[in-house]
Design a protein around this ligand. Structure first.
Ligand SMILES: Cc1ncc(COP(=O)(O)O)c(C=O)c1O
Length: 450
């Protein structure tokens, strides 16, 4: 009887205190067509939150989608307008990119990663999403019998979606329990089977914001050499491990990269977050000179050439998009030129993400939450674009559902290949500083009700 009364009081308070009516949320979720919130895609969650905001007239703390929260680089916008005025819209761009952009990409790689890459291996793509897709499509044909990509998860769900729509195979594991030396045996256990052509991971990592240490990058690089696999290093959050300031061109420290430990690599560098240029869909696919010139006879039936660089440009990129928006290439070239000449510190503009993450993480922790992925080996994690959270005794799916009553949105870690079923990914980019006290208010009520 006593327990029933406590539960009744809890329920009563819970319904009374939630910022958005539970009944309303339940009704919208029921009508949304989403069968399982825990496995719903980011775009489905986004649509659901739009509906709840609309019907409840309550603004959410929107942490579900990684949209840049700051204006696009002005240098890029000006150069793009100028290029359009000069008539570039009427002309097909070269498939492998404009010479000026390729040169600036090569310089950028030298200045910020300390790697030597010829302009020929620097290829603009329609977002770095396309760079990855072109890479997987080509590499999966490079050697008969090597038909599988290995994802070091958690990861960006769309890259697995690319594999599914292309009918390509992949395997994956959650790196949570395999940091440091433990990574070696784990990765090797996949590579020794002989079916893997490539490894992919993001660094800093979406969704967990872990950053591989030099030791871990060395392990991955050495295994790539031993088993002759290609490493796709996704640097969508280039330079955003704010523990190291890599913003000075040509001076250490540099963005850490597997390219220091192997020649079998391709880099995917997005303009979306570093330069807030998501809308123009331009990214960089960068092939090491070794990979660019490498010959794989098994490519010939598909591409008419065994040379990887030629196959990916004149076979895959040509087939997918026939190059990348001409004006956006002028924009990116201007941004990179300004970076290379030390005239534009792009990290100054994005470090606000780290400041927000620091404040928001503290509020979560003060209200009983824990950070799921919390360390890089023995070092506390950096503050950046994303962080991961869990609440005692709730699964990620339950927490996501509960959050809806409190006007807070996120995505479950489950859809990112994480095995931490208790967790959610929180993205800080769309939360203005003024909204952080609202987050605190809502989480205080949440804690009281739990
Ligand atoms: C890890 C990762 N890779 C790639 C992308 C996509 O980048 P782009 O906009 O350049 O296609 C994102 C965007 O969120 C990402 O998080």
């Amino acid at each position: 009887m006593h327990l029933i009364i406590i539960n009744f009081v809890k329920l009563y308070n819970f319904v009374k205190n939630t910022p958005i009516s539970k009944d309303l949320v339940d009704q919208i979720v029921a009508n949304s067509g989403i069968n399982n919130l825990g496995t719903a895609s980011i775009r489905e969650i986004k649509k659901l939150i739009n509906q709840i905001e609309d019907k409840s007239n309550t603004k959410f703390i929107r942490m579900e989608m990684g949209i840049p929260g700051i204006p696009a680089s002005q240098i890029g916008v000006n150069a793009q307008i100028e290029a359009l005025k000069n008539g570039c819209a009427a002309i097909y761009p070269d498939i492998d990119g404009t010479p000026e952009l390729k040169n600036e990409m090569s310089r950028f790689i030298k200045n910020y990663l300390d790697l030597d890459i010829s302009p020929s291996g620097c290829i603009p793509t329609v977002g770095s999403m396309m760079g990855g897709m072109a890479g997987f499509m080509t590499f999966s044909r490079a050697r008969k019998g090597r038909d599988t990509t290995l994802f070091i998860d958690p990861g960006f769900p769309v890259q697995k979606q690319q594999h599914r729509v292309l009918g390509l195979k992949y395997e994956s594991f959650d790196v949570y329990d395999f940091r440091g030396e433990l990574l070696k045996d784990k990765v090797e256990s996949y590579l020794m089977k002989g079916n893997v052509h490539s490894i992919i991971y993001s660094n800093p990592n979406n969704p967990s914001w872990i950053c591989f240490t030099e030791k871990e990058l060395q392990i991955i690089g050495e295994l790539a050499n031993k088993y002759e696999v290609c490493v796709f290093e996704d640097l969508a959050y280039f330079g955003m491990d704010f523990r190291n300031d890599i913003s000075k061109p040509g001076q250490p420290p540099y963005q850490p990269t597997v390219g220091k430990y192997t020649d079998n690599y391709a880099l995917l560098i997005s303009s979306s977050k570093a330069f807030s240029y998501a809308g123009e869909r331009i990214g960089m696919l960068v092939l090491s000179d070794h990979l660019f010139n490498q010959e794989f006879p098994d490519l010939i039936p598909y591409f008419g050439t065994p040379i990887f660089g030629r196959a990916i440009i004149y076979g895959t990129v040509y087939a997918i998009s026939s190059g990348t928006s001409h004006s956006a290439q002028y924009a990116l070239a201007a941004i990179l030129k300004a970076c290379n000449e030390g005239k534009y510190n792009f990290l100054d503009e994005v470090k606000v993400y780290g400041e927000k993450a620091k404040k928001m993480k503290k509020i979560f922790i003060d209200n009983g939450f824990s950070i799921v992925y919390d360390k890089d080996e023995d070092k506390p994690l950096a503050d950046g674009f994303y962080f991961t959270i869990a609440y005692p005794d709730l699964t990620g799916e339950q927490l996501l559902k509960e959050f809806l009553y409190y006007g807070i949105s996120a995505i479950t870690l489950t859809i990112t290949g994480s095995e931490r079923t208790e967790g959610l990914r929180a993205c800080v980019s769309l939360i203005p500083f003024e909204q952080i006290p609202v987050l605190e208010e809502r989480l205080t009520i949440f804690r009281e009700n739990h």
